[in-house]
Write a protein that binds this ligand. Sequence first.
Ligand SMILES: C[S@@+](CC[C@H](N)C(=O)[O-])C[C@H]1O[C@@H](n2cnc3c(N)ncnc32)[C@H](O)[C@@H]1O
Length: 242
Amino acid sequence: MRIRHKPWARPEIAASPICMDDAAALRGKWRAQYARQEQPFYVELGCGKGGWVSQAAVLHPENNYLALDIKSEMLGMANRKVQKAFAGAGKSPDNVRLSILNIERISTVLTPEDAPDRIYINFCNPWPKEGHKKRRLTHPRQLCQYAAILRGELHFKTDDRDLFVESIEYFEESGWEILHKTFDLHADEPADNIRTEHENMFTEMGKNIHFLIAKPPAEAFGKVPELPGRPQENEEDDENAD
Ligand SMILES: C[S@@+](CC[C@H](N)C(=O)[O-])C[C@H]1O[C@@H](n2cnc3c(N)ncnc32)[C@H](O)[C@@H]1O
């Protein structure tokens, strides 16, 4: 999906105390970026307009959140949404940080020292064409980066059945344990489920929401894979994402 250019996004990100403009400089130091460093550290990949993280961070001051997206337009909107949610709740956004990042290069920004307690992937681009599948955020080449840094579980939601079924295969062939899975999350929606923008949109369209929780193989922790040289921001071929 092409996003309309938002000239205000980059200046607002640069001026925002919750947006970290040099994510790579914070590698290994993410937990120190929060008022309460000892709290669980949760990372959302591909946060879009910030609907999920703005709700999660206000509802759960006992957790620290980092939300990442490749697009400055998205991060700009997420920044506004988070600020508004905290202002509405009369709270300071001291448990949430946002940053621009191409998740394909996540290990240039997060390390085993950061050790997220949870990773969330909410409605990532399905990349249905065979030649593009390696760009999926659940592709095995991504899973080995997450497994090297993730202390806890990965939570994955999507409306796309093919992506979900193939992702289950990716997790299994990468040695992850699937702790829970459902093809219809809303059939018995957990009280603590936080709906994202895309979750609301697809639900209104009558689509089922698929959800799984997976745990990486313990022996992969700390084994950060080497990355081939790729650009930091990769927005080419975006129209083929979905
Ligand atoms: C379909 S939207 C979902 C947004 C949100 N998570 C939701 O559920 O409403 C996918 C988001 O992932 C971002 N994205 C796609 N590929 C990415 C990548 N390689 N690195 C970081 N973000 C990416 C897009 O910019 C977009 O904001």
